[in-house]
Design a protein around this ligand. Structure first.
Ligand SMILES: Cc1cc2nc3c(=O)[nH]c(=O)nc-3n(C[C@H](O)[C@H](O)[C@H](O)COP(=O)(O)O)c2cc1C
Length: 107
């Protein structure tokens, strides 16, 4: 039987182990939802030990925002920060995905 630290092949992707970080809101984005140095540092520190990292819930439109410093994925101006986050995590050998979210009628 495979162990927690054994690699896992998922279609074309090989995870270095079977530890997956679930999406957890940090409140480390800017008030516009942009990625910050603090956010990158937070995820890079954790990614080293992971097979797969899932970035916290990220709002896909301004109307769907849930909290003040939530990560945004609603505008092209946010792409460069998100690219920096993904390339920094990739540099640790860990794949990264992001949870997209719309808070519905909450706002
Ligand atoms: C501080 C904190 C933030 C969280 N943020 C999210 C989130 O952004 N998206 C989400 O789907 N779940 C979020 N969760 C839930 C976690 O991803 C996870 O499902 C939950 O802690 C239960 O984990 P467990 O099933 O391993 O016990 C959050 C949990 C915590 C403690």
């Amino acid at each position: 039987m495979a162990g927690l630290l054994d690699p896992l092949k998922v279609k074309g992707l090989t995870l270095k182990n079977r530890i997956v970080m679930s999406p957890m809101h940090t409140g480390f984005a800017t008030t516009e939802g942009a990625v910050t140095e603090n956010l990158v540092t937070h995820y890079v520190r954790r990614s080293k030990a992971l097979g797969l990292l899932i970035v916290e819930h990220s709002y896909v439109s301004l109307e769907g925002k849930l909290s003040e410093r939530q990560v945004g994925i609603y505008d092209d101006s946010l792409v460069s920060g998100l690219e920096k986050l993904s390339s920094s995590v990739h540099a640790t050998g860990t794949p990264i995905v992001i949870q997209i979210n719309h808070a519905g009628r909450v706002v």
